[in-house]
Design a protein around this ligand. Structure first.
Ligand SMILES: [Zn+2]
Length: 257
């Protein structure tokens, strides 16, 4: 099935599920007063799931970590109830396992970003497999879970990388835009660039080893929220893409799948 068709079907399925809801709600007899207020209290307490096909979602992603400033970043994300995705490098998972544990405990998503950051398109298959496997093992050891997303170093991928990602059952996640934080290393420039490229269901590349990114995060999150963005994990924004293992998203230039 073509990707467009399956997306349309997915949308149709969502519409079909949503459409009858008001009619059912109207037809349901009103519960007794006591029951109603208990139900209302429960609804207010339970966190409403975000539907990224209906509201403005954005996925902030942090590569190469856990970086030196991951703890401060996690504090900020927690304070503003924002979720992020961390594409971790195995060597730093081994060095800073406590941050990885916190990431999972606080509801963030983890991705595999190799063990030591070689260019996968210039590596042989055995090397790529080893890099991915060692990182999966390090994350499992640190936090008890295994990443389900792959972001190859430098965002560079090819058919061999795609085949190996398939073996590991992971789609390849790139980004829709970058914050350019690693090159500007300037709080105002990082904020300005991120706000300029933010879009519904966008995936933004950032780094938690860049101090200015972490320093500017409280103000950036506040501004994004004021603009109506819900900061969610990558899995939330790609839900409608129905990616298969080995698929790359967004598609690199010249790719078809
Ligand atoms: Zn990287």
């Amino acid at each position: 099935m073509s990707r467009q068709l399956s997306s349309l079907l997915a949308i149709a399925a969502v519409c079909a599920t949503l459409a009858p809801a008001p009619a059912i709600a109207e037809a349901t007899p009103a519960p007794a007063q006591g029951a109603k207020s208990t139900a209302a209290k429960k609804t207010a307490k339970a966190k409403k799931p975000v539907n990224c096909s209906q509201v403005k979602c954005l996925a902030l992603t942090f590569d190469d970590g856990p970086g030196k400033y991951a703890g401060k970043l996690l504090d900020t994300l927690k304070k503003y109830d924002a979720k992020a995705t961390f594409f971790l490098e195995g060597q730093y998972v081994k060095a800073r396992p406590q941050f990885v544990k916190r990431m999972v405990a606080e509801g963030h998503e983890l991705g595999n970003h190799s063990y030591s950051h070689p260019d996968f398109t210039k590596s042989d298959g055995a090397k790529i497999r080893d890099e991915i496997k060692k990182t999966q093992d390090a994350v499992k050891k640190a936090a008890g879970v295994e990443p389900k997303l792959l972001r190859p170093p430098y965002g560079l991928t090819d058919l061999q990388v795609s085949d190996i990602a398939t073996e590991f059952g992971m789609p390849i996640i790139l980004w829709t835009a970058g914050s350019k934080d690693w090159s500007s290393k300037n709080v105002k420039a990082i904020q300005k660039q991120t706000l300029a490229v933010a879009e519904q269901n966008g995936i933004i590349l950032m780094h938690d080893w860049v101090k200015q990114t972490v320093d500017g995060m409280p103000a950036l999150i506040k501004t994004l929220k004021n603009k109506g963005y819900h900061l969610v994990t990558v899995s939330e924004v790609i839900k409608d893409q129905k990616l298969e293992p080995g698929d790359a998203f967004p598609l690199p230039e010249g790719w078809e799948q």
